[in-house]
Design a protein around this ligand. Structure first.
Ligand SMILES: [Ca+2]
Length: 485
């Protein structure tokens, strides 16, 4: 069954084609007349905090391009990562479901993602999409790279810059020591195909532009997940930092964030240049909350990566959906959403039925204002993998304004009202026993539906999931493959 939303989208383009006064929209309709489906670009930043971009209240780091995306789209204020941090978050995103459905109850790095159900990339490839991946992977086993999980075009990892001894001697001592520990290899400077040194995030942005230019005439799905703004941001150049008013250790992170913003600007420019802005859904989000040790902010919430993993800021992330003409502009959506909704939303947008395994909801009716309330009445967390860092153990439920949590099964539940107490300073569990009981019961019922803890088998041969070099690696078997349904 074709989705109502894709039908609405097509009708919209048809309607605008009749309006000859608007050249840009008429061009869009020309694309539609060729039967081209809408594109999807998913931007997934590493460790970007809820309070670290302008459209979410940040004052000291300018993010004009991301803010423009919010002004031309819908900004979600209660968007969650149910499986933090990096690796589980990405696995859940790619599969469109809670990680616990395939045995992932914590970091579990190396645990396979299931091969009996399609990833979002498999799914969109099956719908006729060119599927592109740029940047960080950190999903599944070492044999489950993007080229075997649905991506047909994968940006090779450019070689990292190696600091010369002379350069090393000129670096500030802290940075010099960090670089030395990595064998003089940079984390955030790479070497482009002309042999020039480039900031890696900037290099990624050029690859995004190249991808859009190359595949502008085909429906495409592009997944960009930069290494940024994961620690250490110690190499951030002064030219980035001086664009911000951030102070102290936050200055380095701020530099990394303005570069992310620059790349969003490049993407939007490439889409506009090719008249694809209104036929492309851009989703912008983060894989987990702010890293406090780098000066990241979860404001108005508290917590985040590292010492703050029991608090809201660890899992609540900035999320923006932008598709002018299809989604409203400058709107805020306050309902509970999760990163696994991106899969279901993309499926609906391209006019396909989401696979049965998906936990996600099609968010388009909510973003458009056709549906109200919470897309998920409840969201759940269960991070109790025995091998994971204890600070990350977390059992939690979100419902309406409430957050119920504890660290270990043996602990008493704590309850917070995130509206009246966003910093989670007053545990009100004793005052609301009925709410505690109900939210705990919902968690227990959800837990019964999960798969057992997965086993991580050691995969021999450290296969590089993304080849090093420049340009693109292709899945040469893709044209013969059927989507893994
Ligand atoms: Ca992360």
């Amino acid at each position: 069954m074709k989705s109502l939303h894709f039908l609405l989208f097509s009708l919209l383009l048809l309607f605008t084609s009749l309006d000859s006064s608007n050249t840009s929209q008429a061009d869009e309709a020309g694309v539609s007349a060729k039967g081209k489906k809408p594109n999807v670009v998913l931007i997934y930043i590493d460790d970007l905090g809820y309070g670290d971009i302008g459209s979410y209240g940040c004052k000291d780091i300018p993010t004009p391009n991301i803010d423009q995306l919010a002004a031309e789209g819908v900004r979600c204020t209660a968007s969650y990562i149910t499986n933090p941090p990096c690796c589980p978050s990405r696995c859940s995103l790619m599969m469109g479901q809670y990680g616990q459905r395939f045995g992932k109850y914590g970091m579990s790095r190396g645990l396979p993602i299931p091969s009996d159900r399609p990833t979002i990339a498999n799914f969109l490839q099956g719908e006729g999409y060119v599927t592109g991946q740029i940047g960080k992977w950190d999903i599944g086993t070492r044999k489950q790279g993007p080229l075997v999980t649905g991506f047909t075009k994968v940006a090779r990892n450019p070689p990292k810059k190696t600091y010369t001894k002379q350069e090393l001697s000129e670096l500030p001592p802290t940075l010099a020591a960090a670089v030395k520990r990595k064998g003089r290899k940079s984390k955030y400077f790479c070497v482009n195909k002309s042999g020039e040194t480039m900031w890696l995030t900037d290099y990624d942005g050029d690859m995004m532009t190249e991808f859009v230019e190359t595949y502008k005439n085909e429906p495409f799905f592009l997944y960009w997940s930069p290494e940024a703004v994961h620690s250490p941001s110690i190499e951030s150049p002064e030219s980035f930092m001086k664009r911000t008013t951030a102070k102290g250790k936050r200055r380095k992170l701020a530099g990394a964030i303005v570069s992310v913003d620059d790349q969003v600007g490049k993407l939007i420019k490439a889409l506009k240049k090719n008249n694809l802005r209104e036929s492309t859904l851009v989703i912008f989000s983060s894989d987990n909350g702010a890293n406090g040790s780098e000066g990241g902010s979860s404001a108005p919430y508290t917590g985040g990566k590292g010492a703050g993993t029991q608090k809201e800021g660890w899992v609540r992330v900035p999320t923006i959906f932008s598709m002018p003409g299809t989604l409203p502009e400058g709107k805020q959506f306050n309902g509970l959403v999760a990163n696994f909704d991106f899969y279901s939303t993309a499926a609906s947008l391209v006019g396909a039925k989401k696979p049965d395994h998906c936990d996600g909801v099609d968010l388009i009716p909510y973003l458009r204002g056709d549906a109200t309330g919470d897309p998920h009445e409840y969201l759940f967390w269960l991070n109790n993998e025995p091998g994971d860092a204890e600070r990350r153990h977390l059992i939690a439920t979100r419902w309406k304004d409430w957050r119920l949590y504890k660290k270990y099964e043996k602990d008493a539940w704590q309850l917070f009202n995130l509206v009246s107490d966003p910093r989670e300073e007053t545990n009100v569990a004793e005052g609301y026993p009925q709410i505690v009981r109900e939210m705990a019961a919902q968690h227990a019922a959800w837990k019964k539906t999960l798969a057992p803890l997965g086993k991580i088998s050691q995969v021999s041969g450290q296969t590089k999931v993304i080849p090093t070099g420049h340009g693109w690696a292709s899945d040469t078997k893709a044209s013969k493959q059927q989507p893994a349904q």
